[in-house]
Unconditional design. Structure first.
Length: 170
C-alpha cells in the first residue's frame, strides 16, 4: 500500500508547476492591461503634425516668420548679444571638455566686436581652469564672478551682466 501512494506524488508536482505558470501569466497580463489603462488616462492627447502640401511649401510666404510666436529675448534691440558656443578643454585633466553658451547684457547699444573679443577671452581663460576649481556650486559661482570681472575689464564697464545659457563639462 505504501508503494501505491508514492506513485501518485509526481503527478501533483506537475500540476503545481502548471498552476504557478498560469498565475505568473495572469499577473503579467493584469499588470500590462493596468499599465496601459493608467498610461491612457495620464498621457495627453497628441495631435498628429500637420503636413503641408508640396504646393503650399513651394509658394512664397507673404508674412515674416519673425511675427509668429514669442519674440526672442536675446536681441540687440534689448541690449543682449548671445555669443557663439565655446568648446574647449580644461587645463587639468586635459581630457575633460567644457561647453559654454553665454549672453552679454550691455548697458547701452551692444558692440558686436567687443562681444567677440570677450568670447575669445572666455575661451582662453577656460583653458587655464582646472576641474577642481569649478566643481560644485561654489566653484561655478567663482567661475561666473571671474568671467563677469574679465568681461567688465575688457568692455570698460559697457557690459552690465554675463548670463550663462548652458554649461556642460564632459
Amino acid at each position: 500500500m505504501a508503494e501505491e501512494t508514492m506513485g501518485e506524488m509526481p503527478a501533483k508536482k506537475k500540476s503545481g508547476l502548471v498552476v504557478t505558470a498560469v498565475a505568473v501569466l495572469a499577473v503579467t497580463v493584469i499588470g500590462g492591461v493596468g499599465g496601459w489603462f493608467v498610461g491612457k488616462m495620464l498621457a495627453p492627447a497628441v495631435e498628429p503634425p500637420k503636413v503641408e502640401k508640396a504646393e503650399d511649401a513651394a509658394a512664397p510666404q507673404g508674412g515674416d516668420k519673425k511675427d509668429e510666436g514669442l519674440p526672442k529675448l536675446a536681441t540687440e534691440e534689448n541690449g543682449v548679444v548671445q555669443l557663439e558656443p565655446i568648446t574647449t578643454n580644461l587645463a587639468y585633466p586635459t581630457d575633460r571638455w567644457v561647453r559654454l553658451e553665454v549672453a552679454l547684457l550691455f548697458k547701452q547699444k551692444p558692440d558686436v566686436k567687443l562681444a567677440e573679443a570677450i568670447q575669445q577671452d572666455i575661451a582662453v581663460y577656460l583653458r587655464t581652469v582646472s576641474l577642481q576649481q569649478i566643481e560644485g556650486p561654489r566653484g561655478f559661482q567663482y567661475l561666473k564672478e571671474d568671467l563677469e570681472e574679465r568681461a567688465d575689464m575688457i568692455s570698460e564697464g559697457k557690459v552690465e551682466r554675463l548670463m550663462f545659457r548652458t554649461f556642460v563639462i564632459q
